[in-house]
Structure formats: structure tokens, C-alpha cells
Design a binder for this molecule. Structure first.
Ligand code: FPP
Length: 266
């Protein structure tokens, strides 16, 4: 499955639905998170073969600290186990693991596992796997802005922010959210400015390779304009869309021109 626009992609995933998946089966929520780790493993295995070069997954948001302590503890237990058990496999598969988010509130035992895994996989070049933990996009933007507060113009600030926030990962091309909700939940807000969004009712523990490929397939048929005119039009015609046109001759504001269909180009 390699069609247009699906190479070297940055895909981001909000892995939602673990709790509901478990509750519907009469299981404790932690069972859903455990099944969620298995789904993550499947997606990471498949990702490099379907054109993904960077995969960012939302494992624990800064707002998730508000969950019952036992659930928080179990998520971090799973994270430590994931790092301990998967690092060797990730390394063999050429996956570079990086954790994004705040580190100052993480337990030392978690930090140690993160640092070991990051160090062991640092040379991976097939897939850049970013796991967001204690992550808030607003917080990340505020931190980056604070670092660059001495810049003199909004443009310079925007450039520095872009560098800080997207260094090594680039903008998000496709953002997938499982679990039926349709919101961004403070995830990669800057980086997703022009991301295509894919929402699915599938609960994260059920998400598999076929779902990933279906999302990529749908993505490959989207027309990405980045606020400009359709690429195809200008490129196929071999000219810029307004080339040769004397704009001053156009009666843009006349009743007939102004009342036609207006299609947003963004
Ligand atoms: C959202 O489902 C999921 C989370 C808050 C945690 C995601 C965690 C994992 C997939 C496992 C741990 C991660 C790693 C990298 C080892 P939810 O609990 O909000 O589900 P619900 O909306 O059905 O309640």
C-alpha cells in the first residue's frame, strides 16, 4: 500500500478507548491499557513498512494526572514494562524511541527506564517513535516561547517556535484518534496546523495493521492545499494559477461574481 503522499510521513495517534474497551468486557480499566500496549506494538511494527518515518503517540497527558492514583500507577507500570521489554526489539528494528513532555514530575524509576531506552535506540533510522508522557501541547508551546522571549519580531518568534517544536519530527501529516471522540485534547497543536484528521470509532485496543493502512489509504486521497490553490491544477497546467491574468480587468465585486459558490481553500 504505497500510493501518493504516503512516504516519509509523520503520523500522530491519540490512543483513546482503552477504558471503554475494558469496561464493555467486564474487565478493570487497566486491562484496557494493557491491551492498548499490544495495539501500540502492532502499529510500531507495521509503521516503517507503510511509509511512516515518525510516529508520535499520546500515552499520558498532563491532564491524566487527575485520574485515580491506582490507574495512574498502572499506566506508569505498563510504560516501564514496555520500555524494559521492548527496547531490544525496537533497537533491532531500527526504531529510535524518544519521550516528549515534562520530565520533572516523573518518578526516578520511570526516568531511568526512559533514558536507558532513548540511549539504546539513539541510532535507529527506520522509525522515529515519540511517546508523549506528561504532555500538554499548550505547555510545550509556552515553554518554547519562554526560551525565545528575546526574539524581536513575531516572525522570528514563530520561526524559533517552529524549530523547537518540530525539530527532528517535522509537522504532523496525519492525526488519528481512536475511540469515537472528535477532539485534539491538547495534543501537538502547533505541529498539526495542517494535519489531516482521521477519527475512528474503533477502540484503541482493537486498532490493528488493517486500520492503520485504511487511515493511510484515506489520507492518500486527500488533497492537501496548505492554504494555497490545489497543487494539481497549477502543476498539471505547468503554470501558476493566475499566470498571465490581468487582475485589474476582473470585475471581482460585481453582483454575479460575488454571489457564486465560495469554496474555502484551507
Ligand atoms: C486513553 O484511553 C488512553 C490513555 C490515557 C493511556 C494510553 C496508554 C496506553 C496505550 C498504554 C501505556 C502506554 C505505553 C506507551 C506503554 P482512556 O483510558 O481515556 O479510554 P476511555 O476514553 O475509554 O476511558
Amino acid at each position: 500500500m504505497q500510493s501518493k503522499n504516503t512516504n516519509g510521513l509523520h503520523v500522530a495517534i491519540i490512543m483513546d478507548g482503552n477504558g471503554r474497551w475494558a469496561t464493555r468486557r467486564g474487565l478493570p480499566r487497566i486491562a484496557g491499557h494493557r491491551a492498548g500496549v499490544a495495539a501500540l506494538r502492532r502499529v510500531v511494527e507495521r509503521a516503517p513498512d507503510v511509509g511512516i518515518r515518525c510516529l508520535t503517540v499520546y500515552a499520558f497527558s498532563s491532564d491524566n494526572w487527575r485520574r485515580p492514583p491506582a490507574e495512574v500507577e498502572s499506566i506508569f507500570w505498563l510504560l516501564r514494562a514496555f520500555l524494559r521489554l521492548e527496547t531490544e526489539r525496537l533497537k533491532q528494528r531500527g526504531v529510535r524511541l524518544q519521550v516528549i513532555g515534562r520530565r520533572d514530575r516523573l518518578a526516578t524509576s520511570v526516568l531511568r527506564e526512559i533514558e536507558k531506552a532513548e540511549c539504546a535506540t539513539a541510532t535507529g533510522h527506520r522509525l522515529h517513535l515519540r511517546v508523549a508522557i506528561d504532555y500538554s501541547s499548550r505547555d510545550a508551546i509556552a515553554q518554547a516561547a519562554y526560551l525565545h522571549e528575546t526574539r524581536s519580531s513575531p516572525d522570528e518568534i514563530a520561526q524559533s517556535l517552529a524549530q523547537t517544536l518540530t525539530a527532528g519530527s517535522g509537522d504532523v501529516d496525519l492525526l488519528i484518534r481512536t475511540g469515537g471522540e472528535k477532539r485534539l485534547s491538547d495534543f501537538l497543536l502547533w505541529e498539526s496546523a495542517y494535519a489531516e484528521l482521521h477519527f475512528t470509532d474503533r477502540m484503541w485496543p482493537d486498532f490493528d495493521e488493517a486500520d492503520l493502512e485504511a487511515a493511510l489509504n484515506e489520507f492518500s486521497h486527500r488533497e492537501r492545499r496548505f492554504g494555497a490553490v490545489p497543487f494539481a491544477l497549477s502543476i498539471v497546467q505547468g503554470k501558476a494559477p493566475c499566470a498571465g491574468m490581468d487582475v485589474s480587468q476582473l470585475d471581482l465585486l460585481s453582483e454575479t461574481n460575488y454571489s457564486g459558490d465560495i469554496h474555502a481553500n484551507t
